[in-house]
Design a protein around this ligand. Structure first.
Ligand code: N7H
Length: 470
């Protein structure tokens, strides 16, 4: 099978990431199938391909190098579209060869297995999700851009194509969720304060010059029908170059998280209370707020490592496969990409993360009350060719599993991923480097899922030839 990728055929968010300071996710239902499939022809030329997203990123780089650019950003908008199983079924499109039970059943039915809170059990389980996500969602259009104005203009343009407010209307909006990069010095950092978006897999045949780090993955780990897609032989031709998108609407309890760090500051000789607090945060994540990995700089932050692409992802926990003095087994980045803990045999479980923050900065009032009063968090999006092996595996088999990574050579139980692990009696070991067997209870789930869905992101060809109607 050829590994030659056609970047004009792949939607831009999957391999490249749509450049964004802001994004709006528009969830919709299809109300008039024939009309929608015809109107789709007009949307296709507006979809940002991987090739265009690369050009956009290059233009941004060139612009930044130009000393006279000031603070002004280049106006730029991106559009991608994807469909849930229910959307494809509504259009009468047979997607059984996407072969993924999580996708075919939808995320709502998966919520209990993911560990989301709710009432009832089995078929009667009702997740504590926001009402729009309990409705059937057929599709998602992602709009990204440099500013709200650019994104809103593109969105108006697209809504017009689908005849919103006219007799030709073919979709109805279920909900829209907007997010923004955090302001000023916090840009690129998620709401707990940690730099995000550092480690994503390099893809063979796409990343010609990958930065030092975990081994690249075959393109089929992200794209249907390509080398590395275990089910490539069973795919229908229109599925080639598509991907799955796992969407999660994750709220974060930031003042409560901060209070926990404060109350449980790691008491290591020579560290102040404040330094012990920073150390605890770093040991829960596996990186300092700057982004520097603790596997490389365990006891002091070193922002120079964080900004050095040759170093910031070049670690593997190999120095301590049976201990957790340097990095707790359950640290978020060790749980979600265990690297040498599994002999670097993690290719099929790697995901391409694209997310953005939502909600305001923590207010003075919230700081004083040490309590969340305003909604904020992460719009989590990740791409993979198997949800079962990708997002879902990481969440259920690793983050929620106190026994993982399997450390036969140490009696210590790793415990839960403090950030995203869900389940009863949350605790972890390894936060105290002087006594890694000591356990710390995690009384609050600081990341709260309030909705989500699984989508298929078709190729441009798949959209034109199978989903749109002539
Ligand atoms: Fe995570 N955080 O701020 O704590 N994540 N994550 N994540 N995450 C990562 O390496 C965070 C979530 C992964 O290759 C970093 O880019 C928060 C889910 C994976 O080394 C930080 C939330 C899932 C990696 C965070 C959240 C994952 C990763 C370090 C929710 C999958 C790469 C920056 C609100 C089920 C691991 C970086 C690697 C890194 C945070 C969610 C997975 C800072 C706050 C739901 C695979």
């Amino acid at each position: 099978m050829s590994q030659q990728l056609d970047l004009n055929n792949i939607q831009g968010d999957i391999l490249v990431g749509l450049p964004k300071k802001t994004a709006t996710n528009l969830f919709f239902q299809i109300t008039n199938v024939e009309q929608f499939r015809k109107q789709l022809n007009k949307l296709i030329p507006l979809i940002t391909t991987a090739e265009q997203a690369l050009k956009g990123r290059q233009a941004i780089e060139d612009h930044k190098r130009n000393a006279s650019h000031g603070k002004h950003l280049i106006p730029m908008a991106g559009v991608n579209i994807s469909f849930s199983h229910f959307g494809l079924a509504k259009m009468g499109i047979n997607d059984k060869n996407l072969i993924d039970s999580a996708y075919l059943n939808g995320q709502r039915l998966d919520a209990e297995s993911l560990g989301d809170k709710g009432t009832g059990t089995g078929p009667t389980f009702e997740p504590d999700w926001l009402p729009p996500f309990k409705q059937e969602i057929h599709g998602l259009i992602i709009f990204t851009g440099d500013s709200h104005n650019t994104v809103d203009a593109k969105m108006r343009n697209v809504l017009e194509i689908f005849g919103i407010g006219t007799p030709a209307q073919s979709i109805s909006e279920v909900t829209r969720i907007a997010g923004d990069v955090r302001p000023g010095q916090f840009a690129g950092h998620e709401h707990f304060g940690f730099l995000d978006g550092i480690s994503n897999p390099a893809v063979t045949g796409f990343d010609t010059n990958p930065k030092p780090g975990p081994p690249p993955v075959l393109p089929g780990v992200m794209l249907f029908g390509r080398d590395g897609d275990a089910n490539a032989a069973s795919r229908d031709p229109w599925m080639l170059d598509g991907s799955f998108l796992a969407f999660r609407y994750l709220f974060q309890l930031v003042p409560e998280f901060d209070k926990f760090l404060e109350d449980n500051s790691v008491m290591v000789p020579g560290l102040s209370k404040e330094e012990g607090k920073e150390l605890l945060g770093a040991r829960l994540i596996g990186r300092w707020k700057s982004g520097a990995p603790i596997d490389l700089t365990p006891f002091d932050d070193d922002p120079k490592i964080a900004t050095n692409d040759e170093r910031n992802n070049n670690f593997s926990f190999a120095a301590e496969l049976t201990s957790q003095k340097i990095c707790p087994f359950a640290a978020h980045v060790r749980k979600t990409n265990p690297r040498a803990d599994l002999n670097n045999n993690v290719e099929t479980h790697r995901i391409m993360r694209r997310g953005i923050q939502f909600g305001p900065e923590v207010t003075k009032e919230e700081q004083q009350q040490e309590k969340t009063l305003k909604d904020r968090g992460l719009i989590f999006q990740c791409y993979q060719s198997s949800i079962t092996n990708g997002f879902r595996f990481i969440q259920t088999q690793w983050a929620n599993n106190p026994g993982f990574p399997f450390t036969e050579k140490t009696p210590q139980t790793p415990g839960f991923d403090a950030i995203i692990g869900q389940g009863p009696n949350r605790k972890l070991s390894g936060v105290n480097p002087d006594d890694p067997s000591q356990e710390l209870a995690l009384p609050v789930e600081w990341v709260v899922p309030r909705g989500g869905e699984y989508f298929f992101v078709p190729s441009l060809k798949g959209l034109k030839e199978t989903i749109a109607l002539a």
